[in-house]
Design a protein around this ligand. Structure first.
Ligand SMILES: *Cc1c(COP(=O)(O)O)cnc(C)c1O
Length: 395
């Protein structure tokens, strides 16, 4: 069976490759500890689960999702109220919010709604792989702009040639950033919006780590930038703050025309989110938020443990202000694949090679902090025990 070009053009999905490597090592009897995938290890808060159970028993919810393809009115009001409370951004729930089956889904629908075949989309390098895939699926053309460590992994819009800026339809951002853990100051979002307005480009910030931040840092929303609503949308997700990755519920907010375009794609693709999951989403956004500080407390301890381990290996790394990852340069100038392979062979520990996020990720690697404390401690202990073998120059 011949697959469509868009599938043939995809780079092999990073996490699938990692899963294969883990399986191979396990088959050889290695007790593998995976720090590869970012999926919270803690349960969904109980009041959210209770609300799902209660509303799932009500036959009124055993139908197609109510209201319309944009999502339940009550859920969208909860989104708008949360954005106001949390980011000081006012949204019209009817026109400026959209319920998503996760922010990953939003990427695909944004590209389908606004890219014609051959249209350019400006994507950072390195970046979360789904952005690239969504542009290919829409028959668009990704144009990658480098993120520089010296600039705090922020792009420089002066790097974008003017003919590219003229032809581009879409600019993807993601701060706090996966994989680099970088955060963006509000002045950067002002620059991004100004660039997008000058060139008539839609700018989107993928924002699933808005709540996963440390040491008193509070990430700002792109929509708080001056003039943002003319050109900007933002995706957020209940996956990371409420440990709901498998539930598949998120949101797009911002420019009403962009929201309407995405809703039109959704109307013709999926029929929305199960009502009971939307009720549970309301409970998550409106209920007690203490789970978030509890979670970030756990991630912060893990973060500090891993930072200390990398430093003991001579790897220089600063504790990130946000996200549940650590991003660091490989020791001894090893390639990211060499280093990942050595960690797996020598210590049975899986990390993600930076190359999987784009060519600018080469020479770096990512670890995820979403693993039980005892397993993370065991992983770090093994790494320290094999320190000499791990850091010897690559042959
Ligand atoms: C985890 C993650 C997502 C996925 O969010 P869902 O709402 O679960 O689809 C999207 N973007 C980035 C950058 C992520 O790290």
């Amino acid at each position: 069976m011949q697959k469509a070009h868009r599938l043939q053009a995809l780079p092999p999905y990073l996490f699938v490759q990692i899963r294969h490597k883990i399986r191979d090592a396990r088959e050889r009897g290695i007790d593998v500890i995976s720090l590869g995938v970012g999926d919270p290890d803690q349960p969904t808060p109980p009041h959210v689960i209770d609300e799902l159970c209660r509303t799932a028993r009500d036959p009124a919810n055993h139908v197609y999702p109510t209201d319309e393809e944009k999502g339940m009115g009550r859920f969208r009001e909860a989104i708008a109220a949360w954005y106001d409370r949390r980011f000081g951004v006012q949204l019209n729930p009817a026109t400026e919010t959209l319920a998503l089956i996760g922010s990953k889904e939003g990427n695909h629908h944004l590209a389908l709604a606004f890219l014609n075949p051959g249209d350019l989309a400006i994507l950072p390098d390195p970046a979360y792989p789904a952005y690239y895939a969504s542009v290919l699926f829409a028959d668009g053309q990704p144009y990658r702009i480098p993120l520089y460590p010296e600039r705090g992994w922020l792009p420089d819009f002066a790097d974008v040639p003017s003919d590219i800026a003229r032809r581009a339809k879409l600019l993807m951002l993601n701060y706090p950033n996966n994989p680099t853990t970088a955060v963006a100051p509000p002045s950067f979002f002002d620059e991004a919006v100004a660039f997008a307005r000058n060139h008539d480009i839609i700018v989107c910030n993928d924002f699933p780590y808005s709540e996963i931040a440390f040491d008193g840092y509070r990430p700002a929303s792109l929509l708080a930038a001056r003039g943002a609503k003319e050109v900007a949308v933002e995706f957020n997700s209940l996956s990371k703050p409420y440990n709901m990755t498998g539930w598949r519920i998120g949101m797009a907010v911002g420019n009403a025309d962009v929201i309407a375009g995405m809703a039109q794609v959704k109307e013709n693709t999926d029929s929305g989110i199960f009502n009971a999951i939307q009720y549970a989403g309301i409970a998550a956004l409106e209920g007690p938020q203490d789970n978030i500080s509890y979670m970030t407390g756990i991630y912060q301890k893990r973060r500090d443990l891993v930072v200390n381990t990398w430093r003991a290996l001579g790897i220089s790394v600063e504790p990130p202000k946000a996200t549940f990852y650590l991003w660091a340069p490989t020791p001894n100038g090893m390639s990211s694949a060499q280093w990942a392979e050595r960690l797996l062979e020598v210590a049975g520990v899986v990390v993600t090679p930076g190359l999987g996020y784009g060519s600018r990720g080469e020479g770096y690697f990512r670890v995820s902090l979403t693993i039980a404390d005892a397993r993370l401690q065991e992983a770090m202990q093994r790494i320290l025990e094999h320190r000499d073998e791990l850091t010897k120059p690559a042959g």
